[in-house]
Design a protein around this ligand. Structure first.
Ligand code: A2P
Length: 349
């Protein structure tokens, strides 16, 4: 292996946001996948500086990202929120690293490739800003499934409803659901009647309680009453599949599930595609497993995206309905970022 800055030409790797849910998963996956690297450096906010995180057989000291010197790094994963990425990623790229960013800060930039490793790795041949964007966790789950169907029949239109886990909202999301579940646990019968006397504690993170509930307003409203999350689903699907005219109507819903994002997808195609033909394609698709009852509990902790319930959609001429579930911290975030890094390493090799 040549060209990287570490010993024996191996890359020196950094993780910004290393103490968060996705950052923790990144470090875990680098070890699990035996990612070839020399030095690993971990960064977070000043709050965590000086703490240690175990990697392979040693403790790595967490550095304050705002004061750290990023020189000497080759690949730096970012998962510390959009504003940190917007501010810091160009500086890290200018210091010579390729940034693989998990936030939404760079995804719509035409000079930043938006990559799903199995779907459009060729986009990594040109990285003008030294930044690669990792798609939104919801869009990510759909792409490995839709790509082979699109190649066979020409994707035209998507109607998608999501069932998104709280871990997509970071550690805070997990804690809010846990606290509200505990607060309401004694009140299950009352919740089935009228909820009288049940106090789930303060409403945090989402507009209404997430425990014992579903929240169909996932973050901020944007164009035409669609939320930012729903617009990401549209815009990122268009960019990744290179389908600028794809029409997409999404309804993104947060549900009281800790991990594993699910999507109910109605897809319309240019040409006819039978359920059997679709299933045959999906059986062979990289990163996809066909299963009878795709569900978040089973998907969590696993790398592939699970798809099932494939059936005709009789409301349009060439339509399919299907259900997809993926681990939002793995394929939806950290795993794809590491897979992108693996493609970059292979390109240099
Ligand atoms: P810290 O733990 O020091 O706050 P999650 O999405 O799971 O909540 O994690 C967010 C991650 O981003 C954490 O590692 C957090 O570090 C990190 N982070 C938050 N703000 C900054 C910042 N300004 N600079 C660097 N890292 C940050």
């Amino acid at each position: 292996m040549t060209n990287f800055r570490g010993r024996d030409g191996l890359p020196n790797v950094g993780v910004v946001g290393a103490t968060g849910l996705v950052g923790t998963m990144m470090t875990k996956l680098l070890a699990e996948r035996d990612f070839p690297l020399d030095q690993l450096r971990l960064f977070a906010s000043a709050r965590s500086a000086g703490s240690t995180i175990r990697f392979r057989d040693r403790d790595v000291v967490v550095e304050d990202a705002s004061t750290a010197d990023f020189a000497g790094l080759d690949i730096v994963f970012f998962s510390a929120g959009g504003s940190t990425s917007k501010d810091l990623a160009p500086k890290v790229a200018a210091a010579g690293a390729i940034v693989i960013d998990n936030s939404s800060a760079w995804r719509s930039d035409p000079e930043v490739p938006l990559v799903v490793a199995e779907v459009n790795p060729k986009a990594l041949r040109n990285i003008p800003k030294g930044i690669v964007a990792n798609p939104n966790c919801t869009t990510m789950a759909a792409m490995p499934v839709l790509k082979p169907l699109h190649e066979a029949a020409g994707l035209k239109r998507l109607v998608v409803s999501t069932y998104q886990a709280v871990s997509g909202g970071g550690m805070e999301g997990v804690e809010v659901l846990r606290d509200q579940i505990v607060a309401g646990a004694e009140g299950c019968e009352a919740l089935a009647m009228d909820g009288a006397g049940v106090d789930l504690g303060p409403v945090k993170k989402w507009a209404v309680p997430i425990a014992y509930n579903v929240v169909p307003l996932n973050y901020v409203l944007g164009e035409d009453g669609y939320t930012e999350e729903e617009l990401k689903l549209r815009d990122e699907s268009r960019k990744i599949l290179d389908l600028p005219d794809l029409t997409v109507s999404g309804t993104c819903v947060r549900v009281p599930v800790f991990s594993g994002h699910a999507l109910s997808i109605n897809a319309e195609f240019e040409r006819a595609i039978s359920v059997n033909a679709a299933l045959a394609l999906l059986e062979d698709a990289p990163g996809v497993v066909v299963t009878e009852v795709p569900n978040p509990l089973d998907a969590t902790g696993h790398d592939p995206v699970f798809v099932g319930r494939v059936r005709p959609d009789p409301t349009v001429a060439n339509g399919l309905a299907l259900f997809v579930v993926g681990d939002n911290l793995r394929k939806g975030a950290a795993l794809n970022a590491v897979q992108v890094a693996e493609v970059l390493v292979a390109q240099k090799g």
